[in-house]
Design a protein around this ligand. Structure first.
Ligand code: SAJ
Length: 421
């Protein structure tokens, strides 16, 4: 049996590699020629612990190859991005299904009777059915489950990925899987495919519920983080240490508040709730508000920095604003990773560099150099920033920052890891 994975990114490549590690023949497909070439050399183009070894073994043993155009297989897993379009007419970001549409149209010509097509990409409710319709319109000679149920020629399911970046290899095996078949037979076929490497339980539902389950998981986290972020703003006004407060409240046996921070980043939690809001804008009030609370947090942090600059100049009347050095500690979207994409910390640092006339330094122990478009931000060692800066802005609770504290200057700690002055 041959398995084809369409989209060799953060989810597709590890998934392809897991099947290959179980001695399945896997054809990975990606439109990015550089990614395809890198994988065929047994290397990886993304950062994920342990993945390099698994891909290297899979390619050198001949179980995994990468191509740019789909080839016939027995199962197709689609793991392409589903970004959102921020400037939609409704004012609410709308999901962009064009990558799924392109993947479906690329796979359609090689589909044959008995094949299984699984959508893994995080998708708005109804996307699996849309994908099924794109396949159907390209292949009128085959029958599909939206018309033929269990007797369809092609089986289709939605099985959303739920793995945590940084722990993908482990979580792919151990997490439970939600299997949303468009018919009972679709679900059964999908379960037996995933059982190749999934040790967690494969729980069967329908495609729409599976789509909503994934969106619900990430929206639940977003709403809970928004609660913590709102608390942090309230506590700041009331002169209460929010981290002490949360620790105290969490001693209650049925309370478990998450941690505030400079905002919510990453490619999932700040995106997926919009898929619910855009579908049901009237009903999704809390989910919508939570998104706004979390998206508003970086501006609140910036306003705190502006107040700190005023404070500093009052304490140092011989200085002007251009003499004030600000250091940002952490640029990644969460602790102990090097991923700077969709990062509120990076956004805050970039905004500071734009409006502040004095120097803005950045400390990011997980990267050696900044990409070219960030060349105006000076990357320095912790010791340099701690010594030089007048205002210290802690943005990410990286391991390294828990071990050292700046000894002078004004501290703004968005993660509550440095002792309060
Ligand atoms: N964050 C806080 N406070 C917290 C926890 C997180 O501010 O208490 C922030 C982080 O700093 C980060 C953002 O939230 O900026 C998201 O980080 P995360 O660790 O919560 O999640 P992701 O985006 O790395 O991965 C999530 C996971 N979903 C859930 O935990 C429900 C993962 O399992 C999903 O597979 C992934 O989204 C995805 O691909 O959808």
């Amino acid at each position: 049996n041959t398995i084809s994975v369409i989209g060799l990114g953060y989810i597709g490549l590890p998934t392809a590699a897991m099947f290959a590690s179980r001695k399945k023949n896997v054809i990975g497909v990606d439109v990015n020629q550089h990614a395809v070439n890198t994988i065929n050399k047994g290397q990886i183009h993304i950062v994920e612990p342990e993945l390099d070894m698994i891909v290297h073994a899979a390619v050198s043993e001949g179980y995994l190859k990468a191509v740019t155009t789909p080839e016939p297989a027995d199962a197709f897993l689609i793991a392409v991005p589903t970004p959102f379009l921020p400037n939609s007419n409704s004012g609410v970001p709308e999901p962009d299904l064009s990558y799924i549409e392109a993947a479906a149209k690329a796979v359609a010509p090689v589909l044959k009777k008995g094949d299984l097509v699984i959508l893994e990409s995080t998708s708005p409710v109804g996307a699996t059915e849309k994908m099924a319709n794109w396949l159907k319109s390209s292949r009128p000679d085959l029958s599909f489950p939206q018309d033929s149920g269990d007797s369809a020629d092609v089986n289709i399911a939605h099985c959303p990925e739920r793995v945590l970046p940084g722990q993908v290899v482990h979580e792919l095996v151990t997490n439970d899987r939600v299997i949303g078949g468009m018919s009972a037979r679709c679900s059964e076929k999908a379960v037996s495919l995933y059982k190749t490497f999934v040790a967690g339980e494969c729980v069967i539902t329908n495609a729409r519920t599976a789509e909503m389950a994934k969106l619900t998981e990430n929206s639940s986290r977003d709403v809970q983080i928004a609660f913590a972020n709102e608390l942090s703003i309230i506590c700041d006004k009331l002169n209460i240490d929010v981290w002490e407060l949360i620790q105290l409240a969490n001693r209650h046996p049925r309370v478990n508040i998450l941690q505030p921070g400079p905002g919510v980043g990453g490619h999932c939690i700040a995106v997926d709730p919009w898929f619910i809001v855009s579908k049901t804008p009237e009903e999704a009030k809390l989910i919508h508000t939570a998104r706004n609370v979390n998206d508003g947090k970086p501006s609140w942090v910036l306003s705190k920095v502006k107040l700190a600059i005023v404070d500093y100049l009052q304490q140092n009347p011989d200085k002007t604003v251009n003499d004030v050095t600000i250091a940002c500690y952490g640029l990644a979207f969460k602790p102990d990773i090097d991923d700077l994409r969709e990062s509120p910390a990076l956004h805050i640092c970039k905004e500071l560099a734009k409006f502040h006339g004095g120097s803005v330094l950045a400390v990011e122990p997980n990267v050696n150099m900044l990409p070219e478009h960030l060349a105006h931000i000076e990357l320095v060692a912790f010791e340099t920033a701690a010594l030089k800066a007048d205002i210290h802005l802690l943005l990410v609770d990286h391991r390294e920052f828990k071990e050292e504290t700046p000894k002078q200057g004004i501290v703004i700690d968005t993660k509550g890891i440095w002792p309060q002055s």
